[in-house]
Design a protein around this ligand. Structure first.
Ligand SMILES: C[S@@+](CC[C@H](N)C(=O)[O-])C[C@H]1O[C@@H](n2cnc3c(N)ncnc32)[C@H](O)[C@@H]1O
Length: 243
């Protein structure tokens, strides 16, 4: 897809579905590289999940770095984005090289219940747009989907939470401070690194989290909200054992 078409497609979805799209433009290639940095250290038939791939700004970098024999699942809530991505795997030469091990799922992450854990999860979800209970559900769902030694990378626009906290009304301030507390609890337990990416609109941090063993939602204390228990799909392991 040429860059102008990609930006127009993205902006159209931003106008139509502001809350879930969460940005006016796709991520820069510098941000995409920072998000996919830990792929460089991984070999063999690993399992990778990309959440919220949008028009594929980060997917392009994943596809380029994916080791041979790896599997790639992409979970995208927006039908238009999912359709565009599916087309890329059918038509674009780089995507076609990994298409046999790739699957595009058009559904919200909270409903995605795979049978196997992942070695790496790369998320583009706009957490600051969501209610705290959903942020907690989504981030803990990702952590619970990681295999021991697995890593999750996601970006946050730099200083946006503290700035919006200062400039917004009481309701938004309360929502963002709850999100901050949810994030801090996960950072204390799992964060291994933060990358600063200035060449992006706006500049962003990439947070890299790691789990040493399988995690369930109840393991991270909830400062403000009650963890949501995901309903397991029949025949698949419960990712959120008893709270
Ligand atoms: C900020 S955009 C990031 C797009 C792309 N990864 C990038 O960096 O340019 C957020 C993406 O997350 C998707 N999204 C939002 N909520 C979601 C959910 N609950 N499950 C799956 N995808 C979701 C949106 O449709 C959108 O594609």
């Amino acid at each position: 897809m040429n860059p102008l078409t990609e930006h127009l497609q993205f902006f159209r979805q931003f106008r139509q579905q502001f809350e879930t799209t969460g940005a006016v433009a796709p991520s820069s290639r510098f941000l995409a590289r920072a998000m996919t940095r830990s792929l460089a250290n991984r070999q063999g038939p690993i399992r990778v999940l990309e959440v919220g791939p949008g028009t594929g700004a980060v997917t392009r970098e994943i596809v380029r770095r994916l080791p041979q024999g790896a599997e790639l699942d992409l979970v995208e809530i927006n039908e238009e984005f999912a359709r565009l991505l599916q087309k890329q795997f059918e038509e674009h030469p780089h995507y076609m090289q990994v298409a046999d091990g790739a699957r595009v799922h058009c559904l919200p992450l909270q409903e995605f219940k795979p049978g196997q854990p992942f070695d790496l999860i790369i998320s583009g979800l706009p957490f600051n747009n969501f209610p705290p209970s959903l942020v907690e559900e989504l981030i803990d769902h990702c952590l619970a989907l990681l295999a021991p030694g697995g890593e999750m990378a996601f970006f946050e626009y730099m200083f946006v939470r503290p700035l919006r906290c200062r400039l917004s009304g009481a309701k938004t301030r309360e929502r963002l401070s709850q999100i901050e507390a949810i994030m801090q609890a996960r950072f204390e337990r799992h964060r291994v690194k933060t990358d600063w990416v200035f060449v992006n609109v706006p500049p962003a941090w990439v947070q890299h989290l790691r789990v040493e063993e399988r995690v369930n939602a109840a393991q991270t204390p909830s400062p403000h909200t009650t963890p949501t228990r995901a309903t397991p799909t029949a025949g698949e392991p419960d990712q959120h054992p008893a709270e």
